[in-house]
Ligand binder design. Structure first.
Ligand code: NDP
Ligand code: PYC
Length: 340
């Protein structure tokens, strides 16, 4: 957001933004229970400056709901086989309510066994991943999550987009400071950031994507219009994207990123895939210093010259938003009001 927009923008408290977003979701067919979860998730992204997955996504949520592609009122089915592996059929609903339905059970099983897995399938994930893992670290646990999305990334050296932008998020508690959290796509850029660049008429850095002929391009529109993104870091990012397909889809029973067919659902944008969580109780190792050790290594990284650690920018944005309100441009505020 430009400085002028910050000065003239509308400021909403976190609670007010959650309430407005919940109204939008309910108005567009989401059950009140699911709407609360999605609204809090989306407002958290906006609060923390995760702009590619905050209110920018509302038109996509609404058009997907209107198309009938995703069921906003789905009631997830938790399948508890009694061990450390919990499965949830999201029943064509959003991933976040499916996570909420199994969250307490997952934490209970993690404490019981030292580690537990949660496998979501038939779930739509249209947000950032960090809000899914950070709360586990707030409870002293380590969490990893993997989600695949829609085919828009070519394998390394390949010519056909079969991977999604497939992010991984990781969270670990620290001593007397917010948890260490990173959340990153396995593509060179998130699809949302390509859309934002296209909207703003900006060229991308070189090495992000190819056009419909497989030629390197910096034009975001060429990437979106029949082109594709590249994995980050060449073959290494390609292997991570492939791993996310394996963990997020093959292991959960969800669709691969190139496997689902939404062509009959005009306006559909939310990928219907799967998501895996691995949650660990770090104190099961019995050394009682895990938090201190995570803080220690974080400090060593800073001392070694890395000024910014993952999560620092988000925490600064969160602090600003909670103190002064979440700033929306007039255009974005009007956009939200138009959906109520
Ligand atoms: P970024 O590259 O912007 O950031 C990735 C991570 O690196 C973040 O943890 C970020 O911390 C950190 N980071 C960024 N820049 C620096 C830096 N200079 N020094 C140190 N750390 C840094 O994210 P992506 O573009 O890869 O992904 C954006 C979002 O898109 C993610 O939230 C992801 O979950 C989401 N996404 C969702 C998908 C889905 O299917 N639902 C698919 C693909 C992406 P910080 O947050 O503090 O900036
Ligand atoms: O930004 O790549 C992305 C994305 C895909 C699904 C949701 N976000």
């Amino acid at each position: 957001m430009q400085q002028a927009e910050i000065e003239t923008g509308i400021r909403l408290s976190f609670e007010k933004l959650v309430a407005l977003l919940a109204r939008i979701f309910i108005r567009n067919g989401v059950s009140p229970e699911n709407a609360g979860v999605l609204a809090e998730n989306c407002a958290s992204c906006e609060r923390d400056g995760s702009f590619s997955h905050g209110i920018f996504r509302i038109p996509g949520y609404v058009s997907s709901l209107k198309s009938g592609w995703v069921d906003g009122a789905a009631v997830p089915a938790v399948e508890d086989a009694g061990g450390a592996f919990i499965r949830v059929d999201a029943r064509n609903g959003f991933a976040q309510p499916a996570l909420m339905a199994a969250r307490d059970l997952l934490i209970g099983r993690t404490k019981e066994h030292g580690i537990a897995l949660l496998a979501l399938r038939r779930s739509h994930h249209f947000s950032a991943l960090w809000p899914d893992v950070e709360p586990f670290a707030d409870e002293g646990l380590v969490a990893l999550s993997f989600v695949n999305s829609m085919a828009c990334v070519v394998p390394h050296g390949g010519h056909k987009a079969i991977f999604g932008t497939n992010p991984i998020a990781f969270a670990a508690p620290r001593r007397d400071e917010p948890p260490f959290v990173f959340d990153q796509a396995s593509s060179a850029l998130a699809n949302g950031d390509v859309q934002i660049a296209a909207r703003e008429g900006r060229l991308l850095e070189p090495g992000m994507g190819v056009d419909r002929n497989g030629e390197p391009t910096r034009d975001p529109k060429a990437i979106l219009d029949g082109g594709a993104l590249l994995p980050f870091g060449g073959h290494k990012g390609g292997s991570i994207a492939l791993m996310v397909e394996i963990l997020g889809a093959a292991l959960t029973g969800g669709y691969f990123s190139g496997e689902f067919d939404w062509s009959e659902f005009k306006g559909a944008q939310t990928p219907k895939t799967g998501q895996l969580f691995i949650v660990i109780d770090p104190e099961r190792g019995g050394n009682d210093v895990f938090r201190d050790r995570v803080s220690e290594i974080s400090a060593l990284v800073r001392e070694a010259g890395q000024e910014r650690l993952p999560g620092d920018r988000r925490m600064q944005s969160r602090t600003r938003s909670m103190a002064g309100g979440i700033v929306l441009s007039q255009a974005n505020y009007d956009m939200l009001r138009s959906y109520v």
